[in-house]
Design a protein around this ligand. Structure first.
Ligand SMILES: Nc1ncnc2c1ncn2[C@@H]1O[C@H](COP(=O)(O)OP(=O)(O)OP(=O)(O)O)[C@@H](O)[C@H]1O
Length: 245
């Protein structure tokens, strides 16, 4: 299996992504207060996978979408290492930021056409025209997706096929950081293992509800709590590695 954009661990000791004091208010305050999350601060190093855990509705998807600059937030600063300097989303330009710090939803949005149409659309974006790409069909084939499925209409594909194809398209764009929203939720154990093997070589923030997966893939875990506080700590794998799915 090829390692698409695999990175060597920590050649540069500076983090590739910095998130400082990120704060997001709830749309509607509830018994847990006004904030969804408050002052979340962490760094992410190249080649690191950090898991995101927490109960349903605590804000895991929202914080990834905030980092990707897809939804607004009340306070906080994100910056990414670009060459020798850190740049904010504004300094980079939002399209460039999103291309480098890329959010991948759990399932592709309802799309018309075929996966090949999605590839054409992504390639037509100005920001992608100057970047190198891997072949998404080859990436997905490594994960058990037959090449002929790329010419089928999206609704004719299974949830697991859709999920792997959308993930392969994201990976083919070679972002610096992947913000992954339960990327294997629709996959069987075998496909999950193949996808984990590829993504383990990348720099990722990875939402999972699966403790065993968290131990397999991540070195640290950001846990969001219902009272808008958070913790960051090593996963259980730091002491007890779990290998089976
Ligand atoms: N743009 C937004 N602004 C403010 N609140 C939002 C926004 N998007 C979603 N929310 C609210 O934030 C809360 C958390 O939603 P989110 O999807 O981030 O939770 P989650 O932890 O990912 O949940 P799950 O594990 O069920 O996927 C929900 O109450 C949701 O309605």
């Amino acid at each position: 299996m090829s390692n698409y954009g695999a990175v060597a661990l920590a050649a540069d000791t500076r983090p590739v992504l910095c998130v400082k004091e990120m704060t997001k208010r709830r749309d509607e305050p509830n018994g847990d207060g006004n904030h969804l999350f408050y002052d979340v601060t962490f760094d992410l190093h190249e080649g690191e996978v950090m898991a995101v855990r927490g109960p349903s509705g605590v804000g895991k998807t929202t914080i990834l979408r905030c980092i990707a600059q897809l939804v607004p937030y009340e306070a906080g600063i994100c910056s990414a290492l670009l060459g020798d300097a850190y740049k904010t989303p504004t300094e980079m330009g939002i399209p460039s930021w999103r291309a480098d710090i890329m959010y991948v939803p759990q399932r592709p949005a309802q799309m018309s056409g075929t996966p090949l149409d999605l590839v054409d659309m992504v390639n037509s974006f100005k920001v992608q025209s100057t970047r190198d790409h891997y072949d998404p069909i080859e990436i997905a084939e490594d994960w058990g997706v037959a090449p002929d499925l790329w010419e089928k209409k999206w609704p004719e594909l299974s949830g697991g096929e859709q999920q792997r194809i959308a993930l392969a398209v994201a990976l083919s764009c070679d972002p610096k950081v992947l913000l992954l929203d339960e990327p294997t939720s629709a996959l069987d154990p075998q496909a999950t293992q193949l996808v984990e093997e590829t993504l383990a070589t990348r720099t990722c923030i990875w939402i999972t509800h699966d403790e065993a997966q968290e131990r397999r893939i991540a070195s640290r875990t950001l846990t969001l709590l219902p009272d808008a506080t958070y913790t960051i700590g090593p996963t259980a794998s730091s002491s007890t590695a779990a290998s089976s799915i």
